[in-house]
Design a protein around this ligand. Structure first.
Ligand code: TXA
Ligand code: MG
Length: 310
């Protein structure tokens, strides 16, 4: 049985092809991509022009789908019962079964999850059958779009289609809370669900530890390779493995993008670092990545990974 409208089937096909789709939600329009496809997620970052990789929210169809992506404890279950579907995003530990790519989480060991309430978003998510990364569908630094025309105006080139779900009900983004083991529930971003409504259920909430949460690259839970990183390397020295970039790299090394494409490099970044790290090398020597396109975000991430740690 197939009750999908042509627009939904078309959007599902586009998403399966790694294309981006404008998705209405009850808060703001999202720029949706298959969260499991790092190439598609890299294109989201490219379209938004973000200077660094912020973690993206994975949108899922229901609580069961959320549990595939993240570990929801009893508190998270209570919040889900009360507010999902709806404009609440919960940051929880990523589950071993998660389909969302590491790039979608910006390498974090936590994941932001939300079950949107908008009818078209729900239809799209159940027809697609997997998590969708969807940041607000605006270029970085601009206002979030609250109707389909605004998405077309701002990001028309990047999307293969915009599902028109009319004007958004709320017009302000979802409320984000973290629900992490051994920590109180924290409010990370005020939004469409008021603090009062959350506190009615949970009691007083603590604010985010600002520097910790708002700078994901510095989180202790943030993925940093065990090996050291040496940047701007031309070749590997003894004890090092080389992470290449572009056509000048030796053919036998791991290469972020043999053709020198920064979108492809972004899609390969976390997996490549993890694999080289697992090789047991003392240092990962990384060839220069130009600062153009997603190169700026890649270099930001590489510098953080290379910085001395305690
Ligand atoms: O209402 C909304 O939430 C909209 C609609 C489209 O769903 N989406 C949205 O996404 O506002 P975005 O990417 O513009 O904002 C997501 C925020 C980011 O600022 C990011 O810092 C935070 O969520 N976030 C996502 N995952 C996180 C994580 N694992 N840890 C901390 N913060 C996270
Ligand atoms: Mg936004």
């Amino acid at each position: 049985m197939n009750h999908e409208t042509p627009a939904i089937s078309q959007a599902v096909d586009a998403l399966r092809n790694g294309e981006l789709v404008g998705m209405p939600t009850e808060t703001v329009y999202g720029l949706a991509a298959d969260a499991s496809n790092a190439d598609a997620v890299a294109r989201v970052f490219a379209a938004k022009g973000r200077p660094s990789f912020n973690p993206l929210i994975s949108h899922v169809a229901d609580l069961d789908a959320a549990r595939v992506e993240g570990e929801l404890d009893e508190r998270a279950g209570t919040l889900a019962d009360a507010f999902w579907p709806g404009p609440l995003t919960m940051v929880v530990p990523v589950a071993a079964t998660a389909k969302s790519s590491e790039l979608a989480r910006a390498g974090l060991s936590t994941i932001g999850l939300r079950v949107p309430a908008h009818a078209l978003a729900r239809e799209l998510l159940s027809a697609f059958g997997g998590p969708l990364s969807a940041p607000s569908a605006n270029p970085s630094g601009k206002l979030s779009p609250t109707d389909a025309d605004a998405v077309t105006r701002e990001l028309g080139e990047a999307v293969s289609q915009v599902l028109d779900g009319g004007p958004c009900d709320s017009g302000i983004e979802s409320t984000i809370v973290s629900v992490l083991p051994g920590e109180p529930v924290r409010l990370l971003r005020p939004g469409a669900i008021s603090r009062d409504r959350l506190e009615a259920l949970l009691g007083p909430m603590e604010a985010a530890e600002k520097n910790k949460i708002s700078a994901p690259g510095q989180l202790s839970s943030h993925y940093a390779p065990r090996a050291g990183l040496r940047l701007e390397a031309e070749e590997a020295e003894p004890g090092e493995v080389l992470l290449g970039f572009g056509p000048a790299a030796p053919p036998d090394c791991m290469n972020l993008s043999p053709s020198g494409d920064t979108v492809e490099a972004a899609a390969n970044l976390y997996r490549s670092l993890r694999e080289l790290d697992a090789s047991g090398a003392h240092t990962i020597a990384v060839m220069p990545v130009p600062d153009k396109g997603l190169g700026e975000a890649i270099n930001d991430r590489l510098r953080r990974a290379a910085a001395p740690r305690d």
